[in-house]
Design a protein around this ligand. Structure first.
Ligand code: ADP
Ligand code: MG
Length: 305
């Protein structure tokens, strides 16, 4: 189990993280979400032991994670991290980068393991390509595979799929997160992309202005977002009296209701349209099956609240 107790930290006098407390059971996937600058990357770096805490403690099992003041070499064997800046060896191949930390005593095993990891990140076609010739997304995948090479007990991922294009993202996410589950590797992932979280995270921590403002399962947070900041992570939403936070898909256009509005715009969303309407001088977003003409008078109702 990873345990973070009353963690306080600032790069300067300004607090970046305040009284952070949480636990992650072995093998679980924890997502840390929050706006840019909310401290996600800093929290991962502290868990990795890159900086000394101002206050508090971090434990993995019985081992306290210590910063550079107490630890000559940053990091621990049982923990790997893929940060936003991945430092690979540019003039060696994908396979060599991934196998770099594997023992040469067992060449067959090394080969097998490298192959397995190349498959997880779907880089079979590039195994013998020099890393400097890869795209940003491909490099990111090499960094993930390399972090997994020596079977860490815990893996820290910072915006792990940010450079990877949408054509490949979904499949790759499933591969990586399924692999971690299968190997019982504890994972902490910092992200602002809901697709990295929904369907994969066991628990979510929401960071805002140095504090944890929510901590729950993805399903509970999604169904009952206590704050607009949380709802905004999951999708288009409205604050509508007397219901509070309602997602665009919870509003339905009906023949007649107490909610009368005027259409302003329609946005194509793929499987649905997002209709922007004006209701009592406020902008409201409604998910709908077709586009509606500007100026159309509609009525809407709330479902699932
Ligand atoms: P996030 O990953 O959520 O975007 P960060 O952890 O990168 O947030 O940053 C949190 C805060 O700490 C921000 O205000 C940022 O400007 C500041 N910060 C990040 N890295 C440093 C640093 N090396 N030195 C000083 N301030 C930093
Ligand atoms: Mg960050």
């Amino acid at each position: 189990m990873l345990q973070v107790n009353n963690l306080n930290f600032g790069y300067t006098k300004t607090k970046v993280l305040n009284a952070i407390d949480f636990k992650v059971e072995a093998g679980k996937n924890l997502a840390i979400i929050g706006e840019s600058g909310s401290g996600k990357s800093t929290l991962l770096k502290l868990i990795y032991g890159e900086y000394d805490l101002d206050e508090g403690q971090i434990f993995w099992k019985d081992q306290e994670i210590l910063g550079p003041k107490y630890n000559l070499v940053v990091g621990y064997e049982f923990m790997k991290s893929v940060s936003q800046e991945f430092d690979l060896m540019p003039v060696t191949t994908v396979a060599e980068n991934i196998g770099k930390f594997l023992s040469n005593f067992y060449p067959e095993e090394k080969k097998e393991r490298t192959k397995e990891l190349i498959e997880v990140v779907e880089l079979e076609a590039f195994a013998n390509t020099k890393v400097k010739l890869l795209s940003g997304g491909q490099k990111q995948r090499v960094a993930i595979a390399r972090a997994l090479a020596k079977q860490p007990e815990i893996l820290l991922l910072d915006e792990p799929f940010s450079h990877i294009d949408n054509f490949q993202k979904q499949g790759l996410r499933r591969n990586v997160f399924n692999y971690l589950k299968a190997k019982n590797i504890t994972c902490i992932v910092a992200t602002h992309d809901r697709n990295d979280v929904l369907g994969f995270a066991d628990e979510i921590i929401v960071l805002d202005t140095a504090n944890i403002i929510a901590k729950d399962s993805p399903e509970n947070l999604y169904k009952n977002p206590q704050l607009p900041l949380i709802a905004s992570f999951f999708g288009e939403f409205n604050v509508l009296e007397p219901y509070g936070i309602v997602y665009a898909h919870q509003l339905h256009i009906v023949a007649k209701s107490d909610f009368k509005a005027t259409v302003r715009s329609s946005y194509f969303n793929g499987s649905t349209w997002l209709i922007e309407v004006i209701y009592q001088s406020e902008v409201i977003f409604i998910q709908h099956t077709v586009a509606l003409e500007r100026g159309t008078i509609i009525y809407f109702s709330v479902q699932g609240k």
